[in-house]
Design a protein around this ligand. Sequence first.
Ligand code: AMP
Ligand code: MG
Length: 519
Amino acid sequence: MKPLDFDNRFVRELPADPEPASHVRQVHGACYSRVMPTPVSAPKLLAWSPEVAALLDLDEADVRAPEFAEIFAGNALMPGMEPYAACYGGHQFGNWAGQLGDGRAITLGEVLNHRGERWELQLKGAGPTPYSRRADGRAVLRSSIREFLCSEAMHHLGVPTTRALCLVATGEEVIRDMFYDGHPRAEPGAVVCRVAPSFIRFGNFEIFTSRGDVALLERLIDFTIGRDFPELAGSGETRRGDWFREVCERTARTVAHWMRVGFVHGVMNTDNMSILGLTIDYGPYGWIDDFDPGWTPNTTDAGGRRYRFGNQPRIAHWNLLQLANALAPAFPGVEPLQEGLNRYVEAYEAESLGMHRAKLGLASGREEDAALIDALHGLLAAAEVDMTIFYRRLAGIDVDAPSLEPLREAFYDAEKAAPHEAALGEWLGVYAARLREEGIPAVERRARMDAVNPCYVLRNYLAQEAIDAAEAGDPGLIHEILDVMRRPYTEQAGRERFAAKRPDWARHRAGCSMLSCSS
Ligand code: AMP
Ligand code: MG
């Protein structure tokens, strides 16, 4: 395997925890603790992403080299790697939770590729760190498959996200009580290598403010701007304000994309919010089948449904407010922070409206569009309509003779849809009239709509099928789903089943509609 060019600025420029041991503790006055991955008995490469390998200037021969699985299971280091776990805190489910930190994530280093891009490599599930609290630092195969596949699917859908280089089985078992109900069982373990320009979270800033450590807060802010927002580095006085505004805009764009593709993160705690505005920490996430703004995949969130699909834009704002509070001691006044938060609201509205107009194939913007979109959302929810199939089919309607027929494929239950058919038909009439006025040729409109309305998303039950097969010893479906998701906007012959709506058996099955944080 060829060597990589490491340039580990995080460990070089920020203060380390002086304590070298990995026992669990509160870490003060430091951004990270040095910690080695814990070796595993039998690493086996299960899957890898060719696009992410290419970002690192690696090719198939590198990935197939025997040392690859050893390195990315945590059994060996490459020259230049300097492993560490980051210290951060966070608000979980609306409450300050104190120090959290990388409890099972270990960064290996920052790679510079031949284009000069910086890519941080981070193992998830590589063993205990000082931040593991009462847990084991490991990850199970099922959650690792879900993170690996979804990171890549999201990227190909055009949603800002952390990436995944590879998925390695550890050959060891991990004990998990999936629904925290007294039924622990041994499950196969795995390690995912995640890749992103930075894994810094809102919580990395919050922890220092919570401890009154303003000096370290300021150091981390300046480091983050300098390394991860170089385009802002020269803006002097207003630099920190410009940065916060940029974080707000990026967060708005990412959440608007989630709403566009039907993604529900499931655990939008502030420790799971990327300062780069990337989708990060794939846990009990889920995909919308029937359009339901009230749906949350996360059983831990079933009570308050704080992280339900339709609430994500509001939660992102709340999380940015927590970040603003944490950053306040580093700002002379609150105005730039207030402006950033306002900018989030504007940016989200603009992004969301733009994306939904594109989903409907509208070439122009009109005052009444927001009402048209809201009305559709209400109908999709009431009639239990599959979001992905509906938009894909909508691109094919005949604007001169609009009919519900081609859209019926998206209905889950004809009886439930029946009382809403008249209203849906009326909506379709208004929509078709609007399209006629715009006069875009049908072929062109279809191409535009198909470019933003995916044919394939990582439906919850598909990921579960890949998990079931992999747990039984066959990783083939992971490879096939990864390949399908590489071209999510293009119909792929012979792969119709991956675009089908959720089968009945998956409606209430664990892993398909119900997920927990246990992973
Ligand atoms: P999450 O809800 O997955 O974002 O995790 C919240 C915190 O718990 C983070 O600090 C994680 O690193 C930590 N954590 C989750 N699972 C484990 C585990 N198996 N071992 C150690 N720490 C964990
Ligand atoms: Mg997390």
